[in-house]
Design a protein around this ligand. Structure first.
Ligand code: MN
Length: 481
């Protein structure tokens, strides 16, 4: 593994490969392993960049040089997309194998590492400070889907401080470019919402910073499911194995990753709402337009030669950044009550949010039903749960379907909970009210052994193809009519 880690100093001596702590070392690694496609100059911000990035989704990250802007301008800042579009890549970025990924993430969430503040001189993200700017033309901000209301920043870590405690929160919020200095923002009722609510009640703006172009582990940390007043940047430090370097913004008190590519500083304005949306979202449908909060931008800071990261909505990068932190939290939560839960997976077909597969070592009848109820309670977005035995690979949808086909009877093994809280972005839900379904696809504990004996050809797993297949191919005459 040693030579795979080029451009990245290992930390610790006997812990295996190190995590990638910088965006540039990760991109270098992708380029060196033939996983970074370089697009020809001049591709348009309007759909073309998203189209190519989506076409290569799951195979290669992309970098776009000299993107063509909406006014015909060419951008010097390259656009990058698809940094972590496969589950194995995320493990690689962490320096662990795919099987250890959830455990590694869970440890980082349980043992966060406080960040370290550095001076402006030591912060690449403040090499250039711009107080005069036009968001519509100065940054290469793509328009992704055909019915999006316009250009959107989709990979911006929105960082804010709790006005009461000063503790920071990080979340990724979609940001619509509304004018030269304004962005519309969707804020779901979570931690940032509470900060803004408190500021707005006091008639004050909420200072925010939007960090664009961070390393994959900081991206992943931003999606950690944490209690209120826990800073996601400390999870990034824990994933890196050393404190994240942060710097104070030039126009406010927010601390941002010092090694980010670009930071947009601004204020969420109290009692101002403007039209935002529609915007193509992770379930592969549009989130509708509405009157939403507004960020007035005060300054943009960036590296001398920055990169602009965009996440194509509903592409694997988008889905996995949500899925991995959720899986880690769900498995931790379930194992507290059910130690025989072995693994969980939020499936691709369930948009990496709605459908959960749970692997258990079954001990008693009825247990799978309790686990189904525990999973419904673990996250409101979960709509369908399938519980399978330990011989079923929860990362293989065909294997899970096989378990449902052969170990499940709807009359006895189905749990339905009507009218529960679900995802508002599920178009079949009514204002976020949805029906939950749980399938117990486990074998009975008391069973006739042969009935559930899975067919197996002796030698099928160990057959030596090189020794078994003739290099000469088909002998002459064998297929003659
Ligand atoms: Mn939070």
């Amino acid at each position: 593994m040693g030579d795979q880690m080029t451009g990245n100093e290992p930390h610790g001596s006997n812990r295996g490969p190190a995590a990638f702590r910088t965006l540039r070392s990760w991109l270098t690694h992708l380029a060196e392993t033939d996983r970074l496609a370089v697009a020809k100059p001049g591709m348009s911000l309007r759909f073309e960049i998203a189209a190519l990035a989506k076409r290569l989704d799951g195979e290669k990250a992309t970098i776009f040089m000299e993107a063509a802007g909406y006014e015909g301008e060419r951008h010097e800042i390259p656009v990058i997309s698809g940094l972590v579009s496969r589950r194995e890549w995320i493990g690689e970025a962490m320096g662990v194998g795919p099987d250890e990924l959830l455990d590694r993430y869970r440890v980082a969430v349980e043992r966060p590492l406080p960040w370290m503040e550095v001076d402006r001189d030591a912060a690449p993200v403040q090499q250039v400070v711009r107080r005069e700017f036009d968001l519509r033309t100065d940054l290469p901000i793509p328009m992704h889907n055909e019915h999006d209301s316009g250009a959107y920043i989709s990979a911006g870590l929105v960082i804010a401080r709790n006005p009461a405690t000063g503790i920071q929160n990080v979340s990724i919020n979609r940001l619509q470019i509304s004018s030269a200095t304004r962005m519309g923002v969707l804020i779901l009722p979570r931690h940032l919402h509470r900060f803004f609510d408190a500021a707005e009640k006091a008639g004050e703006p909420l200072h925010v910073a939007v960090a664009i172009g961070v390393d994959p582990l900081t991206l992943l940390a931003s999606q950690a499911i944490l209690p209120f007043d826990t800073d996601e940047l400390e999870v990034a430090g824990a994933l890196h194995g050393e404190p994240l370097r942060v710097v104070k913004c030039v126009t406010n008190q927010v601390r941002v990753p010092a090694d980010a590519e670009i930071v947009i500083e601004g204020r969420l304005l109290p009692n101002v709402r403007e039209s935002e949306g529609p915007f193509g979202e992770f379930p592969q449908y549009y989130g509708p337009a509405g009157n939403r909060p507004v960020v007035e931008v005060d300054a943009i800071t960036h590296r001398t030669r920055p990169l602009f990261h965009t996440i194509v909505p509903a592409a694997m990068e988008h889905l996995l950044l949500g899925a991995i932190p959720r899986e880690a939290s769900i498995v931790a939560l379930l194992q507290r009550s059910f130690p025989n839960v072995l693994d969980v997976h939020l499936s691709r077909g369930g948009v990496c949010r709605y459908h959960l597969y749970v692997k258990i070592r079954k001990r008693w009848e009825g247990e799978a039903r309790n686990i189904i109820m525990g999973a419904f309670a673990a996250h409101a977005d979960i709509k369908q749960v399938v519980v399978v035995d330990e011989d079923v690979d929860v990362h293989d949808p065909v294997a899970v379907e096989w378990a449902v086909a052969t170990r499940f009877q709807a009359g006895t093994d189905l749990v339905v909970v009507p009218r529960a809280q679900g995802s508002k972005l599920d178009p079949s839900a009514q204002d976020g009210i949805c029906d939950k379904m749980g399938l117990d696809a486990t074998m009975p504990v008391e069973r006739e052994a042969f009935r559930y004996t899975v067919v197996h050809v002796p030698g099928e797993d160990t057959v030596d193809l090189a020794a078994a297949i003739s290099p000469e191919g088909l002998p002459p005459g064998i297929l003659d009519e």
